[in-house]
Design a protein around this ligand. Structure first.
Ligand SMILES: Cc1cc2nc3c(=O)[nH]c(=O)nc-3n(C[C@H](O)[C@H](O)[C@H](O)COP(=O)(O)OP(=O)(O)OC[C@H]3O[C@@H](n4cnc5c(N)ncnc54)[C@H](O)[C@@H]3O)c2cc1C
Length: 519
């Protein structure tokens, strides 16, 4: 719950630096804007009362500094002509110099903050939205984790709910993150975006934020591996009367117009959204890509438990057979819905879902597909079966007494040929592009990226001293970009940063301000 300052210029050219115990200033004043004197005073009155109320709501006592500030503004306003204006010059954050700045307050940024705080390292977290934003705003209503709850092992806050082998629903995930943040009160500015990051000649980093400039000796970028929704340009060739959305915008079947739905892509999102629509009785057309699948359970356990026992989740990226190429691989599709089960697209087809190969082109509302549906389904099954064979070997090698299971037998086969889809004739009224995300690091003005714009790093450490990343898929292990592995990465980076800067003692009053004042 951070405080801030705002600098205003009165009609005589004098600038005044004003205090607010909350970021609420930004809802009432705009940098660069001039306000009629009376309007400015009214706004200042409102925002400082709101800020003070927030302090009272949290700590039981009004903020006397906010009221003192208001009295100063009111007194100053009396010295100026009633027809004059007041200009908001800039916003300033308190203590704009920090040892570490963490950019992003999702699970990775929070994990990082927790580990830095544990080590007594002075830092700040900037979060563009709110804690839990990605899960709250960019997942569909019936979303569940695909990974079991026991894999949620954020530092200092492992899942402790009643269903370790269950899969948290969207609202539970948001609450888990909110409760996590509340458990250790990270020094976080919510609603503050970092718009530029550059290295200064003295070695420190300069962060331009929507709350002013901040300087930090170390930076940890925690902005997620799934940043900007990616939609292929073939979307421009879909008739304009169809509704088109990205999977991150899908909420539920009822929010789509009546009629058939085309889902493009069979990564985890595409498969789960197709199932969600299918279960509501929608006519679903699904373009099947090359993503692999895995069985949910095998020989008496969740496959994740077997893989965990086999040490798969501890394998560092450089020991993986694909090495760093594994970072670009699609996730295996499976679901945590209703306690967890397989996703078998053949079963959906048997029940009436229309499956196609990869989308090739669109002409006058008629779609053409690659003739790769059979191959894509076969490959997904083959991967699933090969995971089972690996589990078999492990069970055998360890002499574990586990029930046996027959191999998977395909329940449906596609007909030969590629097929076409006339959208109008099939009654398709909406398209959901489940075609993934891309990164956008253009705001980072340091040369740490490869030809594809991916940050070059080893365990999150870049060649630019002091610049780190966390939360990237397979950053170090399978779980780096998930709930399960981010703790290990956060501890590793926090240890490294701590070793470089040591413990930074904060001024007691600053600590008090950050922890005790309202937002
Ligand atoms: C559809 C889907 C399903 C998933 N399912 C699972 C699952 O079942 N289990 C699992 O463990 N993982 C899952 N993941 C992977 C992973 O857990 C999530 O992607 C998770 O959100 C990653 O957390 P993060 O903190 O790294 O990034 P995010 O949650 O993306 O957080 C990044 C934060 O940074 C903020 N930000 C971005 N840019 C800036 C900026 N310039 N300045 C300030 N703030 C900024 C954003 O507002 C955001 O809050 C899933 C991912 C997706 C996309």
């Amino acid at each position: 719950m951070p405080e801030m300052h705002f600098v205003v210029r009165w009609s005589d050219g004098n600038e005044q630096r004003c205090y607010s115990p909350s970021l609420v200033v930004r809802e009432h004043l705009e940098v660069g804007k001039s306000y009629a004197l009376s309007s400015f005073v009214e706004r200042a009155r409102t925002l400082l009362h709101v800020a003070s109320d927030r302090v009272r709501a949290k700590f039981g006592t009004y903020c006397s500094s906010a009221m003192d500030q208001l009295a100063e503004i009111e007194a100053e306003s009396k010295r100026h002509d009633a027809g004059s204006t007041v200009t908001v010059v800039r916003f300033e954050m308190p203590r704009p110099r920090r040892s570490v700045a963490v950019i992003g307050g999702g699970q990775a940024g929070l994990a990082m903050s927790h580990c830095l705080k544990e080590r007594g390292v002075d830092h700040v977290v900037f979060e563009k939205n709110r804690v839990g934003h990605e899960w709250r705003e960019r997942r569909w209503d019936s979303f569940c984790l695909v990974t079991p709850n026991w894999q949620c092992t954020l530092p200092g806050y492992p899942y402790s709910g009643p269903e370790p082998f269950g899969f948290m629903k969207k609202s539970d995930i948001v609450r888990y993150l909110e409760d996590y943040a509340a458990s250790f009160a990270p020094p976080m500015f919510e609603g503050v975006s970092v718009t530029a990051l550059r290295k200064r000649s003295d070695g420190a980093f300069e962060l331009e934020t929507t709350l002013g400039t901040c300087v930090a000796d170390h930076v940890v970028v925690a902005v997620g591996g799934y940043q900007v929704p990616s939609i292929p340009r073939i979307a421009e060739r879909i008739p304009a009367d169809l509704v088109q959305i990205h999977s991150s915008e899908f909420r539920n079947a009822a929010s789509l117009p009546p009629g058939g739905v085309l889902v493009v892509g069979t990564g985890q999102s595409g498969c789960q959204i197709a199932e969600d629509l299918h279960l509501t009785g929608r006519r679903v057309h699904l373009c099947v890509g090359s993503a692999p699948r895995t069985a949910r359970r095998y020989r008496g356990k969740d496959v994740v438990e077997w893989l965990d026992a086999m040490g798969y989740y501890r394998m560092p990226v450089h020991e993986h057979p694909l090495q760093e190429r594994v970072r670009g691989k699609a996730n295996h599709y499976v679901t945590g819905r209703d306690g967890g089960r397989d996703i078998d697209l053949r079963k959906f087809a048997k029940e009436g879902m229309h499956l196609y190969g990869r989308l090739l082109c669109a002409n006058d509302g008629v779609l053409e597909f690659n003739a790769d549906l059979k191959q894509n389904l076969d490959n997904a099954d083959a991967v699933s079966e090969s995971i089972k064979r690996t589990v078999d070997k492990y069970i055998e090698g360890q002499g574990i007494d586990a029930p046996t299971e027959p191999s998977y037998v395909p329940v449906w086969q596609p007909s030969e040929g590629a097929g076409t889809l006339d959208l109008a004739k099939a009654g398709v009224t909406s398209v959901i592009w489940s075609t993934g995300y891309r990164a956008d690091y253009r705001w980072i003005e340091t040369p740490v990226f490869d030809g594809k714009g991916y940050p070059c790093h080893t365990r999150g450490i870049t060649a630019v001293e002091g610049l780190h990343f966390i939360g990237l898929p397979w950053q170090y292990t399978w779980g780096s970009g998930r709930f399960s592995g981010v703790a290990e990465d956060a501890r590793f980076l926090a240890d490294r940063i701590y070793a470089r800067i040591g413990k930074t003692h904060q001024l007691p009053e600053t600590t008090l301000n950050e922890l005790a004042l309202g937002s």
